[in-house]
Design a protein around this ligand. Structure first.
Ligand code: VAH
Length: 313
């Protein structure tokens, strides 16, 4: 049985639905602190779980015969800067609870997402390599980098098969994002449809690595399905698809909504974005387990607007 922790979040909802399609609804238990997300209702078992409660998590793992755990619960970059110690505590304690229970119960596989946020201002900006200077300047980035070290430690020391991806900014329409710096690239679609205008909290030239959610979900499943010996990186794999700036995504949206206009009012999230890479070298993921993205900016924009029009009306 698979347990998804943080199943009501931006990634969790779509990952839960994809896993249920692959393994059968009853075999994927969704859990979150929040109440069950609309899109999950009726699609399989749901339990309320606070991942910070190690005993509760341990009982749940035993009672439901859990053999795989996907840990998606975390405080993201923008929210993390508002309450650094809480973000550090939640992001680290949740991971350590899962890793330690996985070791004790012999869980087959664990998935835990990292982020391009582990890189900082001193990392190379273009085609940021898998192995390079890593000096994160946000608490979110620090917790993800520390988490990567713990994943590698539990793998080499105790043999836990934990796997991880450094996601770029993820764009999706099914479930709301949770306090990220890249969330402008989701808000812009909703505002373009509803208001025909958007005030962006990043400057027009802020070029960031991004990915459409269908690509991110497929990458996660392909990584988890790969034979163990193919997984050479046990910290977290760089993962790339595309890069764009607010100016570029606004121009792409204007092709569909000509009257759309954008203006810019950078806030505290600008400094976070300025410390991140502009593009990612994911050569290792491509070589080790065959990663290949399918969505570019044009294809994503068309798909986002088509799907949001259906849900917004
Ligand atoms: C954030 N969406 O903005 C997340 C992600 C690379 C960005 O880690 O914090």
């Amino acid at each position: 049985k698979i347990l998804v922790i943080g199943a009501c979040g931006q990634i969790g909802v779509e990952l839960t639905l994809a896993l249920r399609k692959m393994y059968g609804d009853a075999n994927v238990i969704a859990s979150d602190l929040r109440e069950e997300h609309e899109l999950l209702k009726g699609s399989g078992p749901y339990v309320s779980l606070d991942v910070m409660n190690k005993e509760m998590l341990h009982v749940l793992v035993i009672r439901h015969n859990i053999t795989q755990i996907y840990l998606l619960a975390a405080i993201l970059s923008a929210t993390g800067e508002k309450n650094p110690l809480l973000a550090w505590h939640i992001n680290m304690a949740s991971l350590l609870n899962v890793l330690d229970i996985a070791k004790e119960e012999g869980i087959d596989k664990v998935y835990w997402p990292s982020s391009i946020a582990v890189f900082g201002p001193d990392s190379p900006k273009d085609s940021t390599p898998q192995h390079t200077i890593i000096e994160p300047t946000t608490i979110y980035g620090i917790s993800k980098f520390a988490g990567e070290r713990w994943c590698e430690y539990y793998h080499h020391r105790y043999g836990v098969d934990v796997r991880s991806l450094r996601y770029p900014g993820l764009i999706s329409y099914k479930s709301a994002p949770g306090g990220g710096t890249t969330d402008y690239a989701i808000e812009i679609f909703h505002e373009a449809l509803e208001e025909k205008k958007y005030t962006c909290f990043l400057s027009e030239g802020t070029y960031l690595p991004m990915m459409y959610m269908p690509d991110a979900i497929r990458a996660t499943i392909e990584l988890m399905e790969a034979d163990k010996e193919k997984i050479k990186v046990r910290s977290s794999y760089n993962l790339g698809a595309m890069s764009f700036s607010p100016k570029e995504i606004a121009a792409e949206i204007k092709k569909h909504i000509p009257e759309f206009t954008i203006d810019y009012a950078p806030d505290y999230r600008q400094a976070i974005a300025d410390g991140w890479p502009q593009s990612i070298d994911d050569e290792k993921a491509r070589n080790d387990w065959g990663w290949k993205p399918e969505y570019c900016l044009e294809k994503m924009t068309t798909d986002m607007l088509k799907n949001l029009k259906e849900t917004v009306q």
